[in-house]
Every structure is written in structure tokens, then in C-alpha cells.
Design a protein around this ligand. Structure first.
Ligand code: NAD
Length: 295
């Protein structure tokens, strides 16, 4: 079993670190929130000093931070992980961040003889708790092979997407599809309402027709057809609209930098921005249907 430094013990990182403890690893956790560290300690982990110091004593470092800014600071800042970790240490960043920062941190790590993968996740807090996350992994073969058993303690599906940054690329492409498709499905239900077509009837037909997609059949934005979807509990978040907006913005930054045309991605980003600005950022992203109705 490995000695693991885990940085960022929030809604996702907290349960992920606890699953590493359950798998028998010696987990040393750090977070700017003492409350978050306390939860890990209650679950059998150890409180760490600073990320760099924790990394210096670890074989593996996992980070689960809000955005690229915190990832950059934690890895590349003075006394950061890249400076302090011993050569050969494996670094796993599971935060959702921009491709550019992921590649920059990975290159800096490689230059110091460290192994690194970007390994963002899909599956939400429920997946983090149940250790059923999907990991999209970017990095060299050697780093991926070493990361696999660690990721397997926190998730169910682990896909090697390619070289550094491709895990983040997969994550933002996937979530761009999701943002666009949730708006598409919501628009269809709103139009159906106006045309006097019952929502359940549209579901029965479209879920078996060419309009079928995950936003319709697993996460339906109207109450009724899919009892587990957030629409049935007043759009209480699984995945917040603010997080969807963050990922759509990342997709648009990446599209701009790479010269890819993504007009629907741009439209989805603008629509979620209006929704979040209306004060609904903490609501589930499927609540976008209310915004489209003009509620
Ligand atoms: P969160 O805000 O609950 O947790 C982030 C944690 O990082 C907090 O505990 C915070 O105190 C800590 N933190 C912030 N800055 C820090 C620093 N400089 N050093 C140490 N700790 C610091 O967020 P989350 O929901 O756990 O999301 C984490 C990442 O996972 C994000 O990149 C998010 O986009 C991604 N993600 C989230 C979900 C989800 O459903 N919540 C799903 C997939 C991916």
C-alpha cells in the first residue's frame, strides 16, 4: 500500500480520499478548510502540513482542486509539489481545468523526473462516494500504468485518452456535448408544452426515436418520466449550473486557442451564463428548462 498526499478534500476530493483510505492506503490530506481535513481524519486519514511538504514524503500525490489557478499555485508555486516531490513520484491531478495549464504543469513535472497524469472525472459526488467515477486520463504510458490501480480504488471506468492534457480535452468535449444536449432536450419539452403535447408522451416517443440522448433518458429535465432526475426534487443539484458554466467556458477557451468552430458550444455557454447570473448557479444544470420557459 502506498503513502498518498491528497490535496483538495471538498465535495469530490473528500470521498475520493476516503475511498483510498478504505483501500488500505496511508492518506495524508491537505485542504485550506480545516473542516474538510477533519472529515478525512475521522475516516482514518492523517492531516498534512502544506502540499509541498506532504508531497515530499509521498509516493503518490492526488489533487482535486476547484480550477486551473489553484492547480498552478499548488504545483508550480514556491515550495509547491513539483519543487518538493522526490523524483519518480506519481502526480495525479483530477481537477477539471484548462488544457494549457494541465500541459504546463505536466511538462514542469517531467523536467524534474516526476510522473504526471491529468485525470479529470465524470460521475459527480454520488460517483465519488460510491467509487464508481469515470477517469479520463492524459499522460505517458508509464504514468498511466502506475496510476491505474490508484484510480481503480476511486472509480470504475479508467480510459487512457492519450498524452498530457488529453484527459482534460476529453472532459471538456464531453461536457460541451452535455450542456448543448440538455438545452436541446429542454427546448423540445418547452415547445411541446406550447403545442399541447404531453411531456410523458414526448418522452415515450423521443426516448425511442432519433432524439434519444442521456439528457433525455437518464437526466430528464421535466418531472415524471425519469424518477431519479433532479427535476423531481425542485432541481436540487447533482451537478450545478455554475459547474456546467465553468466547463462550457473551458471548452470555449480551448476552442478559441485551437481555432475550432463550436457555435453551439458558444451558444450553450451564453445561455448558462444568463441562467447563473439570474441567481440559479447553485441549482442543478437541468433547471435550465425553467430559464427557457421564462420562469
Ligand atoms: P469543492 O469546492 O467542493 O472542493 C474543492 C476543495 O478545494 C475545497 O475543499 C477547498 O477548500 C479546497 N481548496 C481550494 N483551494 C485550495 C488550495 N489552494 N489548497 C488546498 N485546498 C484548496 O469542489 P468539488 O465539487 O470537489 O470539485 C473539485 C473539482 O472537481 C473541480 O475542478 C470540479 O470542476 C471537478 N468536478 C466536480 C464534480 C461535481 O459534481 N462536484 C464533477 C466532476 C468534476
Amino acid at each position: 500500500m502506498a503513502r498518498i498526499a491528497f490535496v483538495g478534500l471538498g465535495n469530490m476530493g473528500g470521498p475520493m480520499a476516503q475511498n483510498l483510505v478504505k483501500a488500505g492506503h496511508d492518506v495524508h490530506g491537505y485542504d485550506i478548510s480545516l473542516d474538510a481535513v477533519g472529515k478525512l481524519v475521522s475516516a482514518g486519514g492523517t492531516a498534512a502540513g502544506m502540499p509541498g511538504a506532504a508531497a515530499a514524503d509521498a509516493e503518490i500525490v492526488v489533487t482535486m482542486l476547484p480550477s486551473g489557478a489553484e492547480v498552478r499555485e499548488t504545483y508550480l508555486g514556491p515550495d509547491g509539489i513539483v519543487e518538493k516531490a522526490k523524483p519518480g513520484t506519481l502526480l495525479i491531478d483530477s481537477s477539471t481545468i484548462d488544457v494549457e495549464t494541465a500541459r504546463e504543469v505536466s511538462a514542469a513535472a517531467e523536467a524534474r523526473g516526476l510522473l504526471m497524469v491529468d485525470a479529470p472525472v465524470s460521475g459527480g459526488v454520488g460517483g465519488a462516494q460510491a467509487a464508481t467515477l469515470t477517469f479520463m486520463v492524459g499522460g505517458a504510458d508509464e504514468a498511466f500504468e502506475k496510476a491505474k490501480p490508484i484510480l481503480a480504488a476511486m472509480g470504475k471506468t479508467i480510459v487512457h485518452a492519450g498524452g498530457p492534457g488529453t484527459g482534460q480535452a476529453a472532459k471538456i468535449c464531453n461536457n460541451m456535448i452535455l450542456g448543448i444536449s440538455m438545452i436541446a432536450v429542454s427546448e423540445a419539452f418547452v415547445l411541446a408544452e406550447k403545442l399541447g403535447l404531453d411531456a410523458q408522451k414526448l418522452f415515450d416517443i423521443s426516448s425511442k426515436s432519433s432524439g434519444q440522448c442521456w439528457s433525455m433518458t437518464a437526466y430528464c429535465p421535466v418531472p415524471g418520466p425519469v424518477p431519479t432526475s433532479p427535476a423531481n426534487r425542485d432541481y436540487q443539484a447533482g451537478f450545478t449550473a455554475a459547474m456546467m458554466l465553468k466547463d462550457l467556458k473551458l471548452s470555449q477557451e480551448a476552442a478559441k486557442a485551437a481555432g475550432a468552430r463550436t457555435p453551439l458550444g458558444a451558444g450553450a455557454s451564453a445561455i448558462y451564463e444568463h441562467y447563473v447570473d439570474s441567481g440559479e448557479g447553485g441549482r442543478d444544470f437541468s433547471g435550465i428548462i425553467r430559464f427557457l420557459r421564462g420562469e
